[in-house]
Design a protein around this ligand. Sequence first.
Ligand code: GUN
Ligand code: FE
Length: 454
Amino acid sequence: MSDDVDLAVVGTGYHTPRVDRLDVLSDQVIAVNTAGVIVDVVPDNGRRAREILATARHVARLAGSERLLPGLIDTHIHAPQWPQLGTGLDLPLEEWLFAYTFPLEARYADEAFADRVWRHMVPALLAHGTTTAVYFSSIHESSTRRLAEVCGELGQRAFVGRVAMDHPQGTPEWYRDVTATTGIDASARSIDDVLRFGADPTRVRPIVTPRFVPACTDELLRGLGDLAASTGQIVQTHCSESDWAHGYVLERFGRTDSEVLEGFGLLRESTVLAHADHLTDDDMDRVRARAAGVAHCPLSNSYFANAVFPLRRALDRGVRVGLGSDVAGGPTVGLLPQCSHAVTVSRMLEDGVDPRRAAGERGVPESRIDTVTAFHVATAGGAELLGIPVGSFEVGRKFDAFSVDLETPGSVLRQWDEVDDEARLFEKIVRVAASSDITNVWVDGRRVAGREVR
Ligand code: GUN
Ligand code: FE
């Protein structure tokens, strides 16, 4: 690894390496080597800073009104549902899948359509500060390969998963793997494709993706567990998302989702369990013991999950948690809004929602989180879940980051010197910043999006 400084970023920033603490990095120089790794974080007034700035190949000096933040890690997003963003949320999950989502996903047999969608989606996500995305693709190998190519080309860090689903009752016959064996074989080929076509196999990686237990036969689930073990790739699936999904698994197996997934070898280190609202305490302990974790999707859960995921409880029990948009079950892009939603739903869980109940019986005490914890989950928490060295500005991590301007003309985001301190500015950015306030986005130390070309 080279210690040559390729990029030096100078300015003030924030990060949240720990779950309940905001660290303000005032007037710092962050030095990044040619491999995209942070090699130094030093105050912008000493000898080392002068050395770095004298030798760095590129220097990005932020304006006084700009702040630097670690890149956002969307741990759960359905790429083929992008054209459905903002629509079709009137039905419960099990009907929504068959009425809207499977018909749309089936269209990705058309690789040209897929390419147009990916080339609209990936730049939009980058512009919102989403430096890492964990994608569910469709069942199609060619469109999935194309998604890896586009992420590779445009510089996003990504896990790209070809969806496997073969259950004759849980899927329509026009959108499924014909047999478990064909599904397992296609998923195995897709892993090789993503590694070959994603430009950089450390940045664009495959992920084994059984859609969820109701869409998969036992044989497919077992085969994909074996595939994860033999390839060493991580796994993602939906888990205990709604009353229906949770109840279906209990009825079919007499066990919870997490037990069933464990039995098929799918509950592994860094397995991403999307939603997981209905995990029991025992499930949480099982997930923690396996070093798997949850993609918390607060807005989507408000539509589909019939309950609020108890984020505070999960964190207190030591479960790894990242944040997810669940596009298009979640109808917003980017993770700053999801941070707000995570805070909001945690408050609703704590207070309860039915005014006819007495205040003391309405909610679940000590459920609330704040913007610092939400941002931790959206950055360092997601990185820990996935086992990737990003998510904060600590030496040794890759430099995935974005900067926000507090003085963008026409924006509601504003710094008021009379009343604002750094903690308030951080909170404002998390709750109020729009993609138009984002000035730079870097992945692996390379600028991949932003407002003006420097
Ligand atoms: N469960 C199975 N498939 C899906 C999906 O596409 N979205 C959500 N939110 N839940 C699912
Ligand atoms: Fe989902």
